[in-house]
Design a protein around this ligand. Structure first.
Ligand code: SF4
Ligand code: SF4
Length: 414
């Protein structure tokens, strides 16, 4: 690909080099090196577009090292659309190594097929029960540690898909995004989501035509053609549910679906459909009313609780107050987590592709969790939940990690 088309040069010009983003960047905090910072990466992109440097392996490494957490966007006074800039650049960069290429292409194929995900989850469960996962992990090198840290996969009945209709009378009906890995690894989060919505009076429908994946992980990793195809399928599937809100319990999916129009700059008809669809997308915390009564059983949750902002909820969607208001309405003691808006290292498939970097990034967050004294940590994104669960277990902390839906399901009545 020509350097000029590899980089979204016009967007890169928005950067005024002020450096305000540097302190927020997890990779800059790790290395202290300018090329690992948002400003440094934008500088490298511009240098490529202007023909001053080649988009070589070291350039690709700095682009891969970025978590695409978008913390830099939240503090940027110049409105740099860093996420879109990076997705565009990654679209033109092939993974450097054969393993990287295989892992990415197999991983994306897997995410698009419910059958493949089912088979993988079944195989993983078998490996875990026979402890083969521990034997196989060292053979996979650095990436093996990600395999051995996956949570125990439940039996098939725990991995069942949601009913297509879950009726309730009262509030507005909603359509729910079921998610790709959610049913396989965190099925209980999906069921808790439906119960909480039903409890609030929202009838829940799960459109059967929705594709297995919304394309978020594809877009973040530069697979823009597949991301576009999956976005078209998702939009069409939810158009069948009229104008009702489209709810998701995954911050990464929500952030991506709210920005679907960015994928269709050259397709006006799809751009218009994407805009209509995106206007309906809501994070779970945006549709629930915080006016609730605490349940008697609330005290089964260990206090104090704390909340870690998923990057794609706070930086990607600007949703910060709603989850906290819902948590406070439970009556449980809540403490703030220091640097709750900094990335936990999960970042989509980053923790699978670069587990060592992901672990180093999580270390600082674990220290903040220790200092907070919290006994329960709440998040609102499946990847963050898995990353925290693995980190807390490795660190030997007695902290339960729950999705917001699970905590609300345990503690409040609507
Ligand atoms: S997206 Fe996150 S990791 Fe990437 S440059 Fe911005 S702050 Fe740093
Ligand atoms: S804060 Fe924005 S304008 Fe300033 S250096 Fe970072 S990306 Fe550039």
């Amino acid at each position: 690909m020509e350097p000029q088309t590899l980089i979204d040069y016009t967007r890169s010009l928005d950067c005024i080099h002020c450096g305000l983003c540097l302190r927020t960047c997890p990779t800059y905090q790790l290395t202290g090196a300018e090329p690992s910072s948002p400003r440094g990466r934008i500088h490298l992109m511009r240098a490529v577009a202007e023909g001053d440097i080649e988009p070589d392996a070291s350039f690709a490494e700095e682009m891969d090292f970025c978590l695409l957490c978008r913390h830099c966007e939240s503090v940027c006074p110049s409105g740099v659309e860093y996420g879109a800039l990076m997705e565009h650049t990654r679209a033109g960069l092939a993974p450097k190594t054969l393993t990287g290429r295989v892992v990415k292409s197999l991983g994306f194929k897997l995410l698009e097929s419910r059958l493949m995900l089912r088979l993988m989850a079944g195989a993983l469960r078998l490996f875990q029960l026979t402890r083969l996962d521990r034997l196989l992990a060292p053979l996979l090198g650095e990436r093996g540690s990600a395999l051995s840290k996956l949570p125990p996969v439940g039996p098939a009945y725990e991995r069942r898909l949601l009913p297509k209709e879950s009726p309730a009378e009262g509030a507005q009906p909603v359509a729910l995004l079921e998610g790709c890995v959610m049913p396989e690894l965190l099925g209980e989060v999906n069921r808790a989501t439906v119960r909480v919505l039903n409890d609030a009076g929202h009838a829940v429908s799960v459109p059967s035509a929705q594709p297995t994946c919304c394309g978020s992980l594809h877009a973040h990793n530069g697979e823009l053609e597949r991301a576009r195809a999956l976005a078209r399928e998702t939009i069409a599937a939810f158009e069948s549910s009229g104008d009702m809100p489209v709810v998701t319990n995954s911050a990464g999916c929500g952030s991506h679906m709210k920005e679907y129009a960015n994928l269709f700059s050259e397709e006006p008809e799809w751009r218009e459909r994407a805009e209509r669809f995106s206007a309906r997308v809501r994070d779970l915390s945006e549709v629930l009313n915080p006016q609730v009564s605490p349940k008697e059983s609330s005290r089964t949750v260990q206090e104090p609780i704390t909340y870690d902002d998923p990057c794609h909820l706070c930086h990607g969607q600007g949703v910060r107050g709603e989850p906290r208001a819902l948590l406070d309405a439970t009556g449980l003691e809540r403490v703030e987590l220091q640097e709750s808006e900094s990335c936990c290292g999960s970042a989509g498939i980053y923790s699978a592709l670069r587990p060592k970097d992901a672990e180093r990034i999580l270390e600082g967050k674990l220290e903040a969790l220790r200092s907070s004294g919290a006994r329960t940590l709440v998040t609102a994104n499946p990847g963050c939940q898995l990353q925290w669960q693995a980190g807390v277990k490795d660190a030997g902390l007695e902290v339960e990690v729950l999705h917001l839906a699970e905590l609300l399901d345990k503690t409040s009545e609507r």
